[in-house]
Write a protein that binds this ligand. Structure first.
Ligand SMILES: O=C(O)CCC(=O)C(=O)O
Length: 262
């Protein structure tokens, strides 16, 4: 059996990521790794394994993917430094209903920096497809090149196709100052839908994108294909995460030092 060799991006792939704000990488996970993850997520979970955005701190299969050499390792290559895990999310959208209603809703097109401001802004994500995903079943959408420029103006999502919520988060600066910041299901204002690329991402492949890249998804309209994905958000070591609930970032063992808020 040949030894495992983590994926190394080519210079052209790294350049593509910086040019477009995202990069699709095939075969991050083996089929047996995906199958084990999906099976784990399908089982009822004891309450102690549910820590929301921080579940990777207690749930071994989530930690396994978040620290995987093809996931965290590529994040390290793209960050040009040591990645730390900020949060993880399992994003499962069931198929459309028999009465024709769309299945699991989408997430309005947004920039993650609105949800997770950091200093400096080193935020990035890896979105791993845990089923075959594409336009029909609510696959990931991105706006190529949208990471260049400023954070866009937003309003709270109003579209039926997307989930809507609002929440006050506790924020904490490096100097210890605390304040509350209202966040909601951000939707970018004045977005030209013609610029949205609706990606097809194979089971086990992933999309790496920056915290400034506009992305999101639409509802699952497939009658029979669930859309399953696991997203991991990273920052480069030394970055301050302002949201208090996800400030205790997690090291990836291959790398080093445990430092709160770094
Ligand atoms: O999976 C989706 O629909 C959107 C994911 C997303 O917004 C993220 O990973 O930051």
């Amino acid at each position: 059996m040949s030894a495992f060799e983590p994926i190394r991006l080519t210079p052209a792939e790294v350049e593509g990521y910086h040019r477009d704000g995202y990069l699709i990488v095939e075969r991050l996970l083996l089929e047996e790794e995906v199958a084990a993850f999906v099976e784990h997520e399908a089982r009822p979970k004891p309450p102690e394994l549910n820590r929301g955005l921080l579940s990777h701190t207690v749930d071994a299969p989530r930690a396994y993917v978040a620290k995987h050499p093809n996931v965290a390792g590529i994040a390290a290559q793209l960050l040009c430094g040591v990645p730390r895990i900020v949060q993880t999310m399992y994003l499962a959208k069931p198929p459309a209903r028999a009465d024709g209603m769309a299945g699991g809703k989408g997430i309005a097109l947004h920039q993650d920096t609105h949800y997770l401001p950091t200093e400096p802004n080193t935020l990035m994500a890896c979105w791993v497809a845990m089923s075959e995903t594409g336009p029909e079943n609510g696959g990931l959408c991105v706006v190529p090149g949208s990471h260049r420029g400023d954070l866009r103006q937003t309003h709270r999502n109003l579209a039926e196709d997307h989930v809507s919520w609002e929440h006050d988060y506790l924020m904490r600066g490096r100097d210890g100052r605390e304040w509350k910041q209202r966040m909601y299901s951000f939707q970018i204002e004045g977005l030209d839908e013609g610029q949205v690329a609706r990606l097809s991402v194979a089971r086990g492949a992933g999309v790496f994108f920056t915290g400034m890249t506009i992305h999101g998804s639409y509802a699952n309209r497939s009658p029979d294909r669930p859309r399953l994905a696991f997203a991991v958000h990273y920052v480069r070591e030394g970055t301050w995460v302002l949201r208090a609930d996800v400030q205790d970032t997690v090291a990836v063992e291959k790398y080093s030092k445990e430092t709160k808020g770094a």
